[in-house]
Design a protein around this ligand. Structure first.
Ligand SMILES: C[S@@+](CC[C@H](N)C(=O)[O-])C[C@H]1O[C@@H](n2cnc3c(N)ncnc32)[C@H](O)[C@@H]1O
Length: 238
């Protein structure tokens, strides 16, 4: 099995990607970015966009949303800062170099945490997810979009074989759904509210968790037809 990714390796990898990132990953991940931001826009309030990268998502947030964006790779973040300046995105409150695993924000600050194509790029996904939940308000939403690794078959074999190179490029291709299921069960403070296949090729998923203790309120909101945060659906079999 390939050695896992580490923080220094990820910083270096995305430092190298920064000049060409938009060209390579701009269009291919556009659908996932837009879908996550649409959900965040319905929720409203203050949003944390973790691993904001070059800030491709920032233009899609509603002007009323207050956005904090963080990333570990300074060269990526400089591109985001340039975008904010050029497009006069006044709703971006903070853009800061920060490790997703150790967020410098108090508990319960955000209405939603958005992480697009990030969770497979961090060294310790489970601890990072815990940190995302920590900064969420009770009833707030964690909205992820990510590649989900195959659990068997030719794609599984390919992802295993590709893993050493992928790690040098800055991500971990073998990240099975079972790992998220185990994390959520172990955490105990979140409920899965949606999993939606996303392009390219449906190998990606948009995944939503609601931070618990407000589950009852979420269900009540759903029953009276309120859209936005925590639209709880039945996810039997997901
Ligand atoms: C695949 S890129 C996604 C960028 C952006 N979200 C997008 O949709 O294009 C992954 C991003 O996560 C950032 N990242 C990786 N590990 C991180 C960490 N521990 N803390 C914060 N950001 C991290 C990388 O620097 C990179 O910008």
């Amino acid at each position: 099995m390939a050695a896992d990714i580490d923080r220094a390796g990820v910083e270096k990898a995305y430092g190298r990607w920064a000049p060409i990132y938009d060209l390579v990953f701009g269009k291919v991940f556009h659908g996932g970015r837009q879908s996550t931001v649409e959900i965040a826009n319905q929720i409203g309030g203050r949003i944390l966009d973790v691993g904001v990268g070059t800030g491709l998502s920032l233009v899609h947030y509603a002007p009323t949303i207050r956005i904090c964006g963080v990333d570990i790779a300074e060269p990526m973040l400089r591109k985001a800062q340039q975008r904010v300046r050029e497009q006069q995105l006044d709703n971006v409150e903070v853009l800061s170099v920060m490790d997703a695993r150790n967020l410098a924000f108090p508990d319960g600050l955000f209405d939603a945490v958005v992480a697009q194509y990030v969770i497979t790029a961090v060294p310790d996904p489970e601890a990072t997810l815990d940190e995302f939940v920590r900064v969420l308000k009770p009833g707030g939403e964690l909205i992820l979009v990510n590649h989900i690794g195959a659990e068997h078959g030719p794609r599984y074999l390919f992802e295993r074989a590709f893993a050493p190179l992928a790690r040098r490029l800055g991500w971990r291709p073998e990240f099975p759904w079972a790992r998220l299921v185990k994390w959520a069960a172990g955490h105990g403070g979140v409920t899965l509210t949606e999993r939606r296949p996303m392009p390219p090729m449906g190998h990606f998923s948009l995944i939503r968790y609601c931070r618990l203790w407000m589950t009852l309120v979420c269900r009540l909101r759903q029953s009276v037809g309120v859209t936005g945060a925590c639209r709880v659906r039945s996810l039997a079999g997901v």
